[in-house]
Design a binder for this molecule. Structure first.
Ligand code: ZN
Ligand code: ZN
Length: 377
């Protein structure tokens, strides 16, 4: 058995808007079914930046909110160093052993109305999300910006397939599994659907990769900065529109209409974030088209004409987070499509645990697509 230390170094956010500081946190012995994993890689999500600024705190109006002091990081690949008794297989029935690399879904309670009757566990009110919870509460280590992490017995895990880089796998554990959940709820794409994707961050880029593989006709990517749009082109975007160059939403709509036979796209996928992007997406969509909303976190109220939904038959769907089957599909996609897309191109710099604050800043300033934290290097 690998020797597991008693303490783990972790970058702790003691208070919002203050730099995270390195602290030593206790590593508990795993209870039955739990797993102690050494963090192979954690990637930084846009949500980490929001958490840093307190936008996900108890004052945000969210039902589930962040609580300081906390260890951020919810896009994690861990290597098993200790298995609690009874944990022998992953969710896909593959045997689990020390040394295996894993990803895991949040610990839904499995007992509430959403978990059992509605079968919508990502709405479970009793969940404790990784990267959000107080480091003062057991099992303490529930964030990826640390050397070690405690995987709770309620977390369904899947192994990372051989040949998939840990950094790439980490980057898929929030953005991509959410995209897969959204596509599932949306019902997928029709072959040759013309698609517009708003937002070219990791969520938008993964939505692009999936759209291309699902047989979309044209995929038009709208976003900024140029570096991300260049990657979108490489990954199969038929056209890109830089919102820094074409600032007028009316002009962008006209460009898209011309590219889609004057009707507008069959499908719009919103991966941008600001509520105004939602309004613009609804406006661009053709009558009878379908609208997939993935990126909205903006609390600002907006005004729309609800008659779009019946008189123009526009359909609107979205989904939050993901269940373990979406993690599994994400991992399989990364393995099966690794020759089609160089996922490593989305990952920019790597950072040590001491450099977490730098990585967050770089993410916030859009200097990078996906910074990677390597806590054990
Ligand atoms: Zn539940
Ligand atoms: Zn995230």
């Amino acid at each position: 058995m690998a020797t597991v230390p008693k303490k783990s170094r972790a970058a702790v956010l003691v208070d919002y808007n203050h730099p995270a500081e390195i602290q030593e946190i206790d590593i508990l012995d795993p209870e039955p079914g739990a797993i102690i994993a050494q963090v192979e890689a954690s990637t930084v999500c846009g949500t980490d930046v929001h958490i840093f600024h307190g936008k996900m705190s108890e004052h945000s109006g969210l039902t589930l909110f962040s609580r300081v002091p906390l260890v951020m990081g919810h896009e994690i690949v861990g290597r098993i160093v200790e298995l609690g008794t009874g944990r022998t297989k992953d969710a896909a029935d593959q045997s689990l052993e020390e040394g295996d690399r894993i990803v895991w879904a949040y610990p839904w309670c499995g007992k509430c109305y959403y978990c059992t009757i509605a079968l919508q566990p990502t709405l479970c009110p009793n969940v404790r999300m990784y990267g959000w919870g107080s480091v003062r509460e057991k099992p303490y280590l529930t964030g990826g910006f640390a050397e070690y992490v405690y995987v709770k017995p309620e977390c369904h895990v899947v192994k990372v397939p051989d040949g998939v880089d840990s950094k790439v796998a980490a980057s898929a554990t929030c953005a991509f599994r959410t995209v897969i959940h959204n596509f599932e709820r949306f019902g997928g794409l029709g072959i040759q659907d013309n698609v517009v994707i708003l937002g070219c961050g990791p969520v938008g880029l993964y939505a692009l990769a999936l759209s291309v593989v699902c047989g979309a006709g044209q995929v038009i990517m709208v976003g900024t900065p140029k570096r991300r749009l260049d990657l979108a082109r490489k990954w199969g975007a038929s056209h890109v529109i830089d919102i820094e160059e074409i600032k007028d939403p009316g002009e962008r709509k006209e460009m898209i209409r011309k590219l889609t036979d004057g009707r507008g796209p069959d499908v719009v996928i919103e991966c941008a974030g600001p509520s105004q992007a939602f309004v613009q997406g609804l406006d661009i969509l053709r009558s009878g088209g379908r609208y997939l909303v993935i990126g909205q976190t903006d609390p600002s109220p907006i005004s729309i004409q609800a008659r779009h939904i019946n008189l123009e038959m526009k359909e609107i769907v979205g989904a939050v987070s993901a269940a373990v089957r979406h993690f599994y599909k994400a991992m399989q996609f990364l393995k099966n499509c690794r020759d089609r897309f160089n996922f490593m191109e989305m990952l920019t710099n790597t950072y040590s645990l001491e450099q977490v604050n730098e990585a967050l800043k770089s993410m916030e300033e859009l200097k990078e697509i996906k910074p990677v934290i390597l806590p054990n290097q």
